[in-house]
Design a protein around this ligand. Structure first.
Ligand code: 5AD
Ligand code: SF4
Length: 467
């Protein structure tokens, strides 16, 4: 665990609430209070949970992996697709029994699902053992919520006021090597299938100096990879007076001293400029990998999705990136079975995948989200049909991945050694996106090594360290 206890700047009233929670826990003789956090969904949620953990430590809790020994259980939820939601209800329901066994146990639900009024109401009314329900823009007030619940009624705080970003929240980072760094919050794009703009509010960018400060601290404490996070990092800085856009921000972070690398996600093609591609090319610490979701290969469907680019524009962008960086790797998100999508439309997704040759894909079957425009569009294709298209896509991508991986044999890559697989075998990710497995000695762990790829077997690239 990696707790930043430099709290200068974190809201004084919240620090005071945290001290009061600590005192109350002592008074009530909760010996060694423990907190257990369950995180669903994307990296943004994982990053938010690191801040939630930081605030819980400030309140006097230690973290536990064991839900049954927890005095505080928090579910950080995701609303992007339906099936994650079903899991949350089941998980939250199971805490009823735990509460019977531990009267001190407090249960909280937050995140994108909780931000939806109807869902929050359901938690509040049908799950009386849920103590705290709070929305995506209220995280920084967690110490206050815990204190209020300990001394009074259940808490329900959903305000989505799009105010300034609260800085200096304590953080308990999950790892020591690779760390998340949120640079912006919210989304203004309103893709017609997507719930995010409704549950995360308007786009707000962090001050560049705050980002540089956090990145510098991470590097000083040994992090070797910084993942810049945002729903659409490419529109970083829009509407702010500081004049730093994403391309400039990348250059600023690249200038921080130290041996580390920079990744970022997610990029919206409509905001991916030539200036940004130049910055990616010029910055030696920025990975040669762009996660560039295209969602659909059909211009007709893209229009209905309100993506604001077409197939041709997307392919031009890929070419512009490859002209600058011939071996840049791409990954993407795809939705199969958007309302009104026909097999012919789907085939355009398939041909785009074959043309671009993505290193890997994150593929989803369309899931209607209540309150979004797409949820009320006619959707004649059956689930079964969509499932068949989806499988066709997976098979096509498997072939491409296999080809791409084989083409890497003989290539040298700079790999961050992330995992000790035992028996002197290690693995890590290259400066592109691929993972490679190799033999090494313990001191390679957590360091950069140059590896020559020797073979591809059982969906794995194997290599040898050459320095
Ligand atoms: N149904 C299916 N997939 C979705 N995504 C977002 N909303 C939906 C939805 N309603 C996918 C998109 C996005 C990724 C994070 O999740 O591909 O890029
Ligand atoms: Fe959702 Fe589109 Fe915003 Fe991404 S850019 S979070 S898909 S609305």
């Amino acid at each position: 665990m990696n707790f930043n206890d430099n709290l200068t700047g974190y809201l004084p009233e919240q620090r005071a609430f945290a001290s009061r929670v600590q005192a109350l826990l002592k008074e009530r003789e909760v010996a060694n209070p423990k907190a257990h956090i369950v995180t669903f969904g994307c990296q943004q949620n994982v990053s938010d949970s690191e801040r939630i953990k930081g605030m819980l430590i400030l309140c006097g809790y230690t973290l536990t992996e064991e839900i049954t020994e927890a005095d505080f259980i928090l579910f950080n939820t995701c609303a992007v697709r339906g099936h994650a939601e079903d899991r949350v209800y089941g998980n939250v329901g199971a805490t009823k029994k735990l509460k019977q066994a531990n009267p001190n146990l407090m249960v909280a639900v937050c995140g994108c699902m909780a931000q939806q009024q109807s869902v929050a109401d359901k938690f509040y009314k049908s799950y009386p053992y849920v103590d705290i329900v709070f929305g995506t823009q209220q995280y920084h007030r967690l110490p206050e919520f815990i204190y209020r619940r300990m001394t009074s009624k259940r808490v329900y705080e959903l305000e989505l006021d799009n105010k300034e970003i609260v800085e200096n929240i304590p953080i308990s980072r999950d790892g020591k090597l690779k760390g998340w760094l949120p640079i912006m919050y919210g989304c203004n794009n309103f893709c017609t299938y997507c719930i995010v703009p409704y549950v995360r509010g308007r786009e707000r960018s962090r001050d560049p100096q705050e980002i540089i400060k956090e990145a510098t601290n991470m590097i000083k404490s040994g992090f070797k990879e910084i993942m810049l996070l945002g729903q659409n990092v490419n529109s970083y800085g829009k509407g702010e007076s500081h004049g730093v856009n994403f391309a400039k921000l990348l250059r600023m972070i690249n200038d921080i001293e130290g041996d580390f690398r920079i990744r970022f996600m997610t990029s919206h093609p409509k905001d991916c400029t030539e200036e940004l591609l130049d910055a990616i090319r010029d910055c030696e610490k920025v990975e040669r990998h762009i996660h560039l979701p295209f969602q659909s290969g059909s211009s007709k469907i893209l229009k209905q999705m309100n993506r604001r680019y077409d197939r041709e524009g997307y392919l031009k962008l890929i070419k512009a990136a490859r002209d600058r960086m011939p071996d840049v790797e791409f990954t993407s998100d795809i939705i199969v079975g958007f309302p009104g999508e026909t097999y012919e439309d789907f085939c355009e997704t398939l041909t785009l995948v074959k043309e671009v040759k993505f290193t890997s894909l994150f593929t989803f079957i369309y899931s209607p989200r209540e309150g979004t425009p797409a949820a009320v569009m006619p959707d004649p294709a059956s689930r079964e049909e969509k499932g068949k298209w989806f499988n066709e896509l997976l098979i096509a991508q498997d072939e491409i991945s296999e080809q791409l991986n084989r083409s890497l044999i003989g290539k040298e890559m700079r790999v961050l050694c992330e995992e000790d697989l035992g028996d002197g075998v290690y693995s890590g990710k290259s400066e592109f996106y691929s993972s490679v497995t190799f033999n090494g000695t313990p001191e390679v762990m957590g360091n950069f090594v140059t590896v020559r790829v020797e073979k591809y077997e059982n969906n794995t690239l194997y290599g040898t360290i050459i320095n």
